[in-house]
Design a protein around this ligand. Sequence first.
Ligand code: TRP
Length: 452
Amino acid sequence: METKRSSFTGKIGFVLAAAGSAVGLGNIWRFPYLAAKYGGGVFLLVYILLAITFGFSLMVAEIAIGRKTGKSAIGAFASLDKRYSFVGWLAAAVPMIILPYYSVIGGWVLKYFTGFVTGSASTMAADGYFGNYISTVSEPLLWFSIFLGATALVVLFGVEKGIEKVSKVMMPLLVALTLFIAIYTIVTMDGAWDGVKYYLMPDFSHFSIMTVVAAMGQLFYSMSLAMGIMITFGSYMKKDISIEKSVRQIEIFDTGIAFLAGLMIIPAVFAFSGGDQSALGQGPGLMFVTLPKIFEAMPGGTVIGALFFFMVILAALTSSISLMETIVSIFMDKAKVSRRVGCLIVLGLSILIGVPASIGYSAWSGVTILGMQFLDFFDFISNSIIMPIVAFATCIFVTFVTKPKGIIEEVELDQKFKQKKLFSVVIRFVAPVCILAILASSILSAFGIVKI
Ligand code: TRP
């Protein structure tokens, strides 16, 4: 069934919409904890190198495939070569795995926001608060349901536009506030400089293959790559808008915000813990442990903290809405169900996956899969396994089906593709080889065959 596609209006419309979907918890919550855990400056360096070569090429390819075919992932791969339709399906599974645990974290943010609003800032800043909180069952589940429910309501009534408008106004404010918090921490707190050094100066003794595995997973996650999203975005893009320029702008935006979030959180970890390895390596809870402490130390911190968490909620909501919208529209297209039924199915599946992700830290903390708690496992299986497979298949698809020429032609409909050499080398040789190596090492390490 062919439906007419609407297009984004204007040049900046496309970039803003794509950046709005890309900027979310990935930048503010996920990037800093990975950077802290996997080597600081080395992680940052590897991430930026990957973003300008590999992330750039993959995003150009996805947007061009979408614009060329005018279809979203499943249809796009199938319409160019039937044998590749599985790639579209695999890509479509990713948002379904991400949305539930994204909502668990969205719930944590809601909890912290209300905590600041109701004046319990100092309780939240106390040592051990976060760990105790997630090891209770019902409250995190409640906030998870509220976050997921709000997302579902917006998708059900199709009122994304309102949220997007508010969030667009708030985005610059979020950036400014992040920068302010970073500077405040660095200037006023003892020991924060060591954190700045750890974050900005690559120390290769911290490098391991896990640095690259984590950086690449984060690249996919943060730029919403290897999950069909950018293909869908491309299908809405007008032919006279420059793909290359848009990709550059989205990248700068997305990486810039992640960078600032790291600058806000990592120096603070040093200030509060003296850079102790266990504090750096604590994982998903990092932001929730560190930020309340900064706000507590800051004059007016309760208000600033409330404001900050509010803006993070908005950034998270725009992403979760776009994640859910993607899955619902797949159900509507492929299973021919109404929006309402689609929403109900996705809601049901999200509860099914989200509840274990949440209580994996409490009632089910004894249950682990491959040594990981549920949330970490869902994160791992999507970012370190399925997305690399989709990215690898996309590279093979571009090499043999569209040929790099096919993508380059699409990009050049508007203007010269300046980095086309880089693009064709990366997409044909560098990326597939790197992805395979990374995929192999993350699988081997997950099964405990090698320790990396
Ligand atoms: N990129 C988003 C973030 O950084 C998360 C995300 C992953 C996403 N896949 C998505 C958002 C698909 C919207 C659509 O938080």
